[in-house]
Every structure is written in structure tokens, then in C-alpha cells.
Design a protein around this ligand. Sequence first.
Ligand SMILES: Cc1cc2nc3c(=O)[nH]c(=O)nc-3n(C[C@H](O)[C@H](O)[C@H](O)COP(=O)(O)O)c2cc1C
Length: 373
Amino acid sequence: MTFETNITKMFGIKHPIFSAAMGPFYTTDLCVAVSEAGGLGVLSHTSIERGANIGKETTDVQIDESTMRRMGIDVVAAMKKNMEYVVEHTDKPFGFNIRTSRNEIQAPKMCEEIPKFIMENQRIRDQCIYALTSAGSSKILPASKTFQELKKKSEIKHFHVAPALWLADKCVDSGVDGMVVTGGEGGGHQSYEKVATLILLQQVHKKYPDFPIIACGGFATGAGLAAALAMGAGGIAMGSRFIASEDSEFHENYKNVVPPAKASDTILVTGALGPIRLWKNEYSLHHGLVADKEAKMAEEQALRTMSREDYIKELIESSNAYLAAYRGDTNSGAVLLGQSIGIIDKIESVSKIINDMVSEAETLLKSAVGRIK
Ligand SMILES: Cc1cc2nc3c(=O)[nH]c(=O)nc-3n(C[C@H](O)[C@H](O)[C@H](O)COP(=O)(O)O)c2cc1C
């Protein structure tokens, strides 16, 4: 059994299920597993290539090009290596994420170099058909000359994350092919808007009824998939559900946070790019949440007026919280997870998760149709 939607048709995939972007963690094996299971796997924006030793000196912090090179941080090189790995391990379609935040100083370079790399590699060009931008402007990738050329020569589609209706308007203005409509209950990177997926999906679908939409934030069950499809989305993307899978590269301690957790066990705090939803632990409970983007910019300004050494020290300290989570320190690490952890009760293989969700959604939708008299 399969669902046929505008999204499954657009990407030629069996099931309307995507993995969410989860930088700064690498999600290379997860990407392969999701694509192999009939969904569409996504490579995250990270400076860490699959299998790399997560040393103290490796960070995802964007300081400046030369400091980053000295520290061995290269998101472009990591993305290329991760793409090569994916096509060695699956012949199915996959995608990648670039965070276009003003604080991601390598984002414009990624938007030029990654499309060029894809274009020059026949196999990657055939399989890498989904470019997802997020956390910043939806205009940077379409403005890239190499991306324009790639679009003409391949099947690649550009989607951008829309966490509020006014940001969905901006996506449409930028000429994106579709949107990932992401509500505030989701894990990790969030917007200042804090609108729940249930509301946001209705708003965006009402205003853009024919626009391709992938719903994201809070999905982990067949019931969620059924609801998203019934509300006009053509597919869903999941982060937390796939973290707690046998195939994901997340540390066992990170995965084991998920099944016992309750939906109320997460909290929004301010991260380097804006609000992030984290599991409640020693780290997150000692971090505040700024009220809005203006407050965040004022905070960044204060950071910039520090001495250069203090500034870099501050940035490295915050990135170390991700590295701690990477290494399985779930107390002092930044453990990004969404409220959906409250509805995930088992760590299973990606293929079982996808197959069970699809068959549960089918049962629920048939039963709902049967109730129409
Ligand atoms: C560990 C983690 C890292 C994330 N990093 C990113 C990122 O780099 N870029 C992005 O657009 N969203 C990021 N997000 C948000 C996810 O793409 C997605 O919106 C979220 O996981 C959806 O909620 P869910 O966890 O309930 O499925 C991250 C989420 C998690 C859990």
C-alpha cells in the first residue's frame, strides 16, 4: 500500500515521509536508511563528515573564514563527503539542508559550491533532487548562479522552511518549489513565532491550497501522518522520531532519552541561530529564551563588543554543548528534541517506523471515510 501525493509524485518516492535536517549532527546513515525505506533522506548542515572523530577542537561555530579553516571547520567539504557516501550506499533519491542564517557565514559559499559539485557528479546529480534551505533567507539559494544552472540541468527542487504564515509568503515570493511548514512543537531549530503545526498548516494551506507542502514538527505516528495528509500536506518530515531509530548515528545515550520522555520534557531556549527546542537537562534549564529577534540581535551585538578572545571563547563554549551531546553527555550537552518524544515509545528500524506509520495512517483514514454518512 502506498499514498500518492503531489510530494511523492514530485520526488518519485514510495512513501510521503522525509527525515528532517538535523545539523550540526551528521545524518548520513539515517539519510540512506530513510531513502532505502521508500521515504526521502536528508543530509544535515554540518562541519562533521560521517565517521569523523568528534574532537574537542571541532566545532560548528561560524566565526570567520580564516579562523574556521585553522580550526578545520569546513561545511562545504563535509557536505561533499557526506553526499559521496550516500550515493555509494543507496541508488535512491535524497536531499540536503543549508541553513541560510546571517550567522552561518559559509552559507553563501555553500549555495554556490554545493550545486556546482552536484552538477559535476553525474550520480549525485541523478539522486540529489531536494535542496532544503532554512533558518534564514529563502532567496540566497535561488540567487546562486550555479543553482540556477543545476535547476536547468536536473530534477532538483528547492523547498524552504516556513515557521509562520508571513514567512510562507516570503517563500512563495522567492519562487521556491515547496515549503516545509514547521510548527513550534518541533525539536531543534525554531522560529520566534512559536505557532503550533496544527494552526500553521491550516493557515498556509488555506492561503496556498495548491502549493506543495511538507508538514513538520510533532510527527511520529500514523495518526500524525493521516492528519497532515487530511489537512492538505503532501508529506511529513520527522526529526525526533528518526533520532530514536536503530539506523541513526546519534549516540545511544541520546536515543535512550526519547522513549521514556514525556511531551512536557522539552523547553525553548536561545541558541546561536535563534530559539531551539531542547530536552530539559542541566544545560537547557540554565539557558534563557530571548523574547524576539530584536532582543537576539542586541545580545549578538553585546557579544561582538567583547574582546576577540572572549567572543571566541563564548562561541566555542556554546558549540561544545553540541559536541557533548554528540558524545553522549546528555546532562551538560544540548539535546535537541521536540515534544513528539512524548509519543515515541520504542527505538526501531527506520523501515519498520515508516511501514507501520503508513499502514496506521491508511487504517485511520479509511475509518474516517467510513464515518462520512
Ligand atoms: C537534533 C536536531 C537538530 C536540528 N537541526 C536543524 C538544522 O540544522 N536545520 C533545520 O532547518 N532544522 C533543524 N532542526 C529542526 C528539524 O529539522 C525539524 O524541524 C524538527 O526536528 C521537527 O520536529 P520533530 O523533532 O518533532 O520531528 C533540528 C532538530 C533536531 C531534533
